[in-house]
Design a binder for this molecule. Structure first.
Ligand code: QAP
Ligand code: CO
Length: 170
């Protein structure tokens, strides 16, 4: 099932998402629908709040070397906590909830993450590069934060200007 993706400035994107406590069929149905919705919109990462569900769930499906996305590669990350971070990295980010705007954001270069999978099993992973950036971007969504919130005042003005232009489009 394809779910509608919320767009800036929808206030629901500002919700603080709640921990997942039951790892049941409803959760699995939601995860499957999130993946389908993300792939349909050509995304590589999605948080549950972007489809209006305020739970601490995110999915990431990075393309392989052949630039294709394989659904079986999808990382399903529930109740994530960053336990270690080091260094900084600049990455030009975008967001399915902020269509057609891209800007460089500073993130931690390497992270260690604790989380649960769809069965509730505790997991750990270490990430760097695009995966590290994607996890940090999606974890911000769990706290109601968008990447455009992290822009300098000047770049934020550029965003606001472009956003107002898209509003005026016929
Ligand atoms: C978050 O972003 C992210 O504007 C995931 O027209 C961003 O999937 C992770 C998208 C940067 C790592 C690095 C955006 C698709 C997808 C658009 C996305 C658009 C179509 C964004
Ligand atoms: Co996003």
């Amino acid at each position: 099932m394809v779910l509608e993706i919320l767009h800036y400035p929808d206030k629901r994107l500002r919700t603080i998402s709640q921990e997942v406590v039951s790892f049941d069929t409803d959760l699995h149905t939601l995860l499957d629908a999130m993946l389908e919705s993300m792939l349909e919109s050509k995304g590589i990462g999605l948080a549950a709040i972007q489809v209006g569900v305020p739970k601490r769930i995110l999915i990431i499906n990075l393309p392989r070397e052949d630039e294709q996305q394989y659904p079986q590669d999808c990382l399903e990350i529930i109740n994530p906590v960053i336990t270690h971070k080091e260094g900084t990295i600049l990455w030009k980010e975008g967001c399915l909830s902020v269509p057609d705007f891209y800007e460089e954001i500073e993130r931690s270069a390497k992270i260690t993450l604790s989380y649960q999978d769809r069965t509730g099993t505790p997991k750990m992973l270490q990430a760097e590069g695009l995966l590290s950036v994607a996890i940090q971007h999606e974890m911000d969504h769990l706290n109601g934060i968008l990447f455009v919130d992290k822009l300098s005042m000047l770049k934020r003005k550029k965003f606001e200007k472009e956003f107002k232009k898209t509003l005026k489009m016929p």
